[in-house]
Ligand binder design. Sequence first.
Ligand code: CDP
Ligand code: MG
Length: 704
Amino acid sequence: MTTRFTPKFWKPGTAGPGQGLQEERQSTKDAEAQPVKYNPNQSMSIEQQRQKLPVFQHRSHILYLVERYQTVVIIGETGSGKSTQIPQYLLEAGWAAEGHVIAVTQPRRVAAITVADRIAEERGTLLGDEVGYMIRFDDCSDPNNTRMLFLTDGMLIREIMKDPLLRKYSIIMVDEAHERSINTDILLGLLRKIQKKRNDLKVIVASATLNAEEMRDFFNSNDTKEPLNDTATILTVEGREFPVDIHYLLDPHPDYLKATVETVMKIHFNQREGDILAFLTGQEEVQRVVSMLIDEAKKLKKDDLKMKVLPMHGSLPASEQMKVFERTSRYVRKIVVATNIAETSITINGIVYIVDCGFVKIKAYNPTSGIESLVIVPVSQASANQRAGRAGRVRAGKAYRLYTETAYDGLPESTVAEMQRSDLAPVVLQLKALGISNVLRFHFLSAPPAQNMLRGLELLYALGALDDNGNLTSPLGLQMAEFPLSPMFAKMLLVSGEFGCSEEALTVAAMTQIQNVFVTPSGQKIRMDKAKRRFSCEEGDHVSLINIFNAFLKYGKNSKWCHEYFLNYKGLCRAVEIRNQLHRLLKKYNVPLNSCEDNVDAVRRCITASFFSNAAKLHYTGVYKTVRDEHVLNIHPTSVLFPEAPPQWVVFNEVVQTSKDFMRDMTVIKPEWLCELAPHFYQLGTERELASKKLKTDTDEEDD
Ligand code: CDP
Ligand code: MG
């Protein structure tokens, strides 16, 4: 049933209001943020808990399908037991016999660890023995004993580099496939290829929501000889579901933050008991709406039903995340204000009402400017329906969409896969390293735009990773492909010895991998900024990061000292760890280990030699424009170069888009360095075009 509520005004489809600056370090790189797992059956024995999960009913059917088919697509709600149970069923059924390993991939590092940890607990074994995990910079598995291995999808791609047929593995379960991360998509394409050569390799694709038919057909089309192509199938694990009424706005609303607060309050006053879940696009929005709702809660009269307002996003400490799962008394209504984390990653019991702002923050890539950024865009219909479905799990629910029904009809059916909106240089590099010379013909579940592919090829050529024929160069290209960092960072480290600054480059690489260098307790921003200035220098953020790291070491990695300077102690410890690993890699590749001491120009030049495609020049109007495409950019407020006298020329690591496009992690450079260090890119334009043409024509052979 569809009903309408209060008329308002706002243009859906326009970049929404209320997108304040994201002060947290939001990265287009894989985030460390991870939701906690809530276990409603905690009080039961492990065996009882396992049997209570919805997948348990399907245990023998799953095992039958895995025997009968090469690929099984399993769809089941979050919490139904896919990740923790299916690998154990497979183990119990003998799929890890004769030294074989059952691999389960996760898009996020933390998920790989927590699922492995949970299974080890369920089995009463030590993590790293029968159950292990393997993520970038951290291997907790035993090559002789590990039977169930949890790894990030990127790590499994690395395993394919070592053994293209993955002979050690009997089954690969690709988990959380609905996220359609770049690495998941590459992996699916590779597994499909491997299955052609190894028909004993089983693949399970597990997902909370997904276009299951599309996935099945992708794997079915594998077998071109058989007329029936019946090698893949679908299994759905149903949860309990009640109807959810959808309500739309009659007219658009100009501010979805305000609209969220108004709608929550309207529900609170007019609807019977039942908890509310509101979706917003980011941490900062969540915090703002939470404080607005707390203000409203203070205005409640004595006899009114009370409100308990809780934020939910990935950067909250686990103890705070757990609060959203706690039950409230009959006289209190729980209101959870969440980011997209609540769409598929967690299930909060007792939610009856949904408020959906209609937007989501995703990564986007502009192939013209070559810039990847985070943007807020309207959700897809599939997302909106998934959000609505978070209600109705205990009884009939209602979903309030803060947009009109016409706007809903105009939304894209499903979210564009990350593959189609990302910088593809890392993908191309990886595929090349896997021996797929013709990347444009690689069979993807959803092929990325050819223009993005070409842009990736071109950048790799300019970085010196590809030669004129589009093959990986040796040793630079091969080493870059092996390096567990994006191509530009890999290049920076691999050439840093030549610039005499590998120690500093290692620090820059490690420090930019952590999410928040500084932490801001609420109300202390001014003091935090002051602390930050003590490490800041005019050369930019990278050199400032080196200062912070060196000071951290100088003061003995002291947590108190970090606290005093608002530094993220855990993050810095992680940077030390990552740096050690990268250090070992440089040694392995015989990169000279040296320090430029006070000669910061050496690091700046080294950064320029790898980040040259992200160069921008100050325009007289006060904004920056990229050197190559005149794309307008601004200095991010978290940069040490903000708001002091802006430098003329900079290179940057990444772009974050909120109200504008902001450059983050910047280094001040000299313009002549660009021509000197990146001649392919800036000086010999014609040569670059020739190379790119050559790459373009290199597409004849069928690579499937
Ligand atoms: O993968 P899926 O979302 O279908 O479910 P799962 O991760 O296998 O989790 C199934 C259940 O195991 C959860 O609902 C929790 O009750 C429990 N669990 C837990 O207590 N701790 C974990 N780290 C993971 C799962
Ligand atoms: Mg799961």
